[in-house]
Write a protein that binds this ligand. Structure first.
Ligand SMILES: Cc1cc2nc3c(=O)[nH]c(=O)nc-3n(C[C@H](O)[C@H](O)[C@H](O)COP(=O)(O)O)c2cc1C
Length: 593
């Protein structure tokens, strides 16, 4: 393979695992970086730490906690944890099994006595439990005998420089500490901070024609409807997305409360325009081969299988796997700065962006605050010319989006309904901003086939159908509640003790599926609204006519009156009922929003 850069990550600092065990001695210059992320910020920080270690020829095992073998922790000598907080002071979902493992009460108090560690937390001080996951982790590691090797850092989204506000100074102290503990061996030199590292994943065109590929890990569904369910005069576009799973999928295809994972794709036109800007159009449909030079971080699936099968092209990579139409993080500027000619004023500007303090502030002002996308940056910085082999290092991977299923399997069989609020807003930039996932959802037309995965959700039906429920759901939070309530109605009509407190702004604009809820509550609906009720649901309810109403409905339409009313106000005003359901009858509360 034609590598015109002398080193690869392997040559720089890596040796492969030997039969699953990491080869190293106590004098080895080796660190493990484990990150826990929900939306990718912690991963970006972890990668930055890895790069500064690579520059010092320190071997790095960088892993998402999700894929880390927990039992390896006792064999580690130095681990840097990068952990964001989600929910209300919780670990990101993929990292929860790791955290549960550490919480086991049977772990000896000195089990990690050989471990040096440090924690970098990411959070938002608007939340009462700021950086809670990172703080809990640090405490627990110390309880288990771990040695806090470097004072923890805490990034706050509210800092005017975003994550970099706390990260830059923390990285300085990390570098200083590494330089003391793991000095550069004699005969070697640190790779300059400004020098371009070799691509982590080499991308090369092979000249061959691509083969076909079907992802075996996904099932497929055909879009039936993509319907706006908020009124045209409402600011937010909320969709009811209905799809039918392939006939080959056995019923029941899912359970009430389950989650559909959809991978957005980028539009053909936007990919075409980007490739043309980058001068890649001619190679767009030729087969490409990815060579991963970092043994510790395999390519994610299904990209790895596609690569192996020879079906990848640049067009496919940019449409299905990479995310150039999202807002850049710092590493994007770090990489593209190398691809602008050194004597060009744009090169100077990109370098300026990377200077801590004022430079970072300028970068935030230019990109993150106004939500400029990477592609838009490239349309403005026209001197930047990215070699194809760096494509995987320049753009991050697209992420799967998870949506609570809003329909009941007993009523809808292989049909799945989702309720999705499209993200779209104005910034200083002329063109309105739209999320990558939202743009894709908005573009889905009937008959389109999409791949998806179905996973278990955390909302389960009560063990006994007679248990009363109190479900609280503002906005699209009603999705899993609808699935659960419909399932109760469809499978056990005796289970009619369903109390719902739903939230919206205006009852006539964004009370989602108003007519349907009113039908279940046996309230009269406005003329014309009946058309909005699904046939499946209407006929099921018809057959249960004697049992009406099937739900007790309370609606908090916050802006319908001069004084704002939210779901919590309704709960307060219905204190006796709430106590009856939860206290006296030992019912179950569902909260989703
Ligand atoms: C739904 C949600 C809940 C959050 N909850 C908390 C929290 O309880 N405490 C906190 O400090 N930060 C919280 N945050 C802020 C994130 O930790 C912060 O945005 C971080 O940069 C995300 O990193 P990630 O992309 O690696 O997940 C929350 C963010 C979201 C979107």
């Amino acid at each position: 393979m034609d590598h015109d850069i002398a080193t690869s990550y392997q040559e720089l600092n890596l040796t492969p695992k030997d039969e699953g065990h990491i080869l190293r001695s106590t004098t080895d210059r080796f660190i493990t970086i484990l990150y826990a992320t929900e939306t990718g910020n912690a991963e970006e920080v972890a990668e930055r730490i890895a790069r500064l270690a690579y520059r010092r020829h320190i071997r790095v095992n960088l892993k998402n906690m999700e894929f880390y073998d927990k039992t390896d922790l006792v064999n580690e000598t130095l681990v840097i944890f990068v952990v964001s907080t989600t929910g209300n002071g919780e670990f990101p979902a993929p990292a929860r099994p790791f955290w549960q493992f550490l919480l086991r009460s049977n772990l000896p108090n000195d089990i990690l006595s050989e471990l040096d560690f440090t924690v970098f937390g990411l959070g938002d001080s608007n939340y009462p439990r700021f950086c809670w996951a990172a703080r809990m982790l640090q405490k627990r590691l110390q309880q288990l005998g771990g040695n806090n090797w470097l004072e923890e850092g805490e990034a706050d989204d509210q800092h005017y420089l975003g994550i970099d506000g706390a990260l830059d100074p923390w990285l300085d102290s990390l570098k200083a500490k590494l330089d003391i503990v793991m000095p550069i061996p004699s005969g070697m030199e640190k790779i300059d901070d400004e020098a371009l590292l070799p691509p982590r994943v080499y991308t090369q065109t092979t000249g061959a024609m691509p083969k076909d590929f079907t992802d075996p890990t996904k099932i497929h569904a055909k879009i039936i409807r993509n319907l706006r369910i908020t009124s045209e005069d409402h600011w937010q576009d909320v969709r009811l997305l209905e799809m039918e799973l392939d006939e080959s999928i056995a019923k029941p295809a899912y359970r009430a409360g389950d989650i559909a994972c959809l991978m957005p794709t980028n539009s053909e036109e936007s990919v075409e325009t980007l490739m043309s800007r980058l001068g890649w159009s001619e190679s767009a449909d030729l087969q490409i081969q990815l060579e991963n030079t970092d043994h510790f971080r395999p390519l994610p699936e299904p990209l790895a299988s596609e690569n192996q099968q020879g079906s990848l092209t640049l067009r496919r990579l940019l449409t299905r796997y990479l995310d150039p139409f999202s807002v850049p993080r710092r590493s994007f500027f770090e990489t593209i700065a190398h691809f602008s000619p050194p004597d060009h004023r744009e090169h100077e500007k990109l370098q300026e962006f990377l200077r801590p303090g004022e430079g970072t502030d300028d970068m935030y002002e230019y990109a993150q605050r106004v939500r400029r996308t990477m592609a838009e940056v490239l349309y403005e910085f026209t001197s930047v010319s990215i070699p194809i082999k760096y494509v995987m290092d320049v753009f991050p991977m697209l992420r799967e989006r998870q949506y609570s299923i809003a329909s009941s399997p007993s009523l809808y069989g292989r049909t799945i309904q989702l309720l999705i609020a499209l993200v779209s807003y104005k910034t200083r930039l002329q063109k309105p901003r739209q999320g990558v996932g939202s743009a894709w959802i908005a573009s889905l037309t009937p008959s389109t086939r999409i791949p998806l995965r179905l996973i278990s959700g955390s909302m389960l039906l009560p063990a006994q159908p007679t248990v009363p429920i109190l479900a609280i759901g503002p906005g699209t939070g009603i999705a899993p509640i609808r699935s659960i309530v419909q399932e109760r109605i469809a499978t056990d009509p005796s289970a009619i003790d369903n109390t719902l407190v739903l939230g919206c702004r205006y009852s006539h604009r964004d009370f989602l599926l108003k007519a349907e809820w009113e039908m279940l509550a046996d309230k009269s609906t406005s003329a014309g609204d009946d058309a909005e009720i699904d046939e499946q649901l209407a006929s099921a309810v018809q057959s249960l006519a004697m049992r009406k109403p099937l739900i007790k409905l309370f609606v908090a339409a916050s802006r319908d009156q001069s004084e704002k009313v939210y779901v919590q106000d309704v709960l307060r005003s219905q204190a006796a009922l709430v106590w009856n359901i939860l206290g006296t009858q030992r019912g179950i509360a569902y909260l989703s929003g």
